[in-house]
Ligand binder design. Structure first.
Ligand code: PGA
Length: 252
């Protein structure tokens, strides 16, 4: 049985002071929910204080990106060993990184390997753009992103990776994929690709999330599908009541 996982991707929102307020609202309720792995991914500047506030709770800290080298002259970048002091998870290959910052499949692959090397669990994001969806090449794109992102990743690591299927057209648009459509990509295409690359047994161990306009009022529909193991939540993770409802829906 895969433990459901709900991750909040705060993107470039919240100062440390604002982050503390949100944590104070979330903690009393979320800390009582043991059935779900809960991950909060704040901006780098809040990671240290949030990790301290969450210490000893069931809620984990994550980062939104990192560099693949362990150190070096890379102005403005953050490395895996730096994150590993405070974080358990790291989001890699988010479509905003791919789209706005030129992140390639090859660099995502380097980052995935570096994350494992330093004990971080990657949340690998994949998903097609609107144009790719309309051109009917969703499967091709998602298979390429999964294969290239995980190329050379050893089977011992793979069961602890998290994959997030996030159709780009559904992110921040209020236009979520249908739960049935997401389940087809997640259960069929992504889990199928993992089975082909590794084994059916390993593919069944990997948690695969849906992301893209998940809200309190639609989360339950996604979690009804056996192959959808949770959600990567952007906008709705910035509001305590919304995020708590989503986590509760995942707890079943
Ligand atoms: P959204 O973002 O929930 O605001 O659509 C999801 C994401 O980008 O991970």
């Amino acid at each position: 049985m895969r433990q459901p996982l709900v991750a909040g991707n705060w993107k470039m929102y919240k100062t440390v002071a604002e982050a503390r307020i949100l944590i104070a609202e979330l903690l009393p309720i979320l800390s009582t929910i043991q059935e779900v792995d809960i991950v909060l991914c704040p901006p780098y500047t809040s990671i240290l204080s949030i990790a301290a506030l969450l210490e000893g709770t069931n809620i984990h800290t994550g980062a939104q990106n990192m560099h693949w080298e362990p150190s070096g002259a890379y102005t403005g970048e953050i490395a895996a060993p730096m994150l590993a002091e405070f974080c358990k998870y790291v989001i890699l290959g988010h479509s905003e990184r791919r789209g706005y910052f030129g992140e390639t499949d090859a660099n995502v692959n380097r980052k995935i390997k570096a994350a494992f090397e330093y004990g971080l669990l990657p949340i690998l994001c994949v998903g097609e753009t609107l144009a790719e969806n309309e051109a009917g090449i969703t499967e091709q794109v998602v298979v390429r992103q999964v294969k290239a992102g995980l190329e050379g990743v050893d089977p011992q690591s793979i069961s602890s990776i998290v994959v997030a299927y996030e159709p780009v057209w559904a992110i921040g648009t209020g236009r979520a994929a249908t739960a049935e459509g997401a389940n087809t990509v997640i259960g069929g295409i992504i889990r199928g690709t993992l089975a082909e690359m590794y084994s059916e047994e390993l593919a069944q161990m990997v948690r695969i999330l849906y992301g893209g306009s998940v809200k309190a009022n639609n989360a339950g529909e996604f979690f009804q599908y056996a192959d959808i193991d949770g959600a990567l939540v952007g906008g709705a993770s910035l509001k305590a009541t919304e995020f708590i409802s989503i986590v509760k829906a995942a707890a079943g």
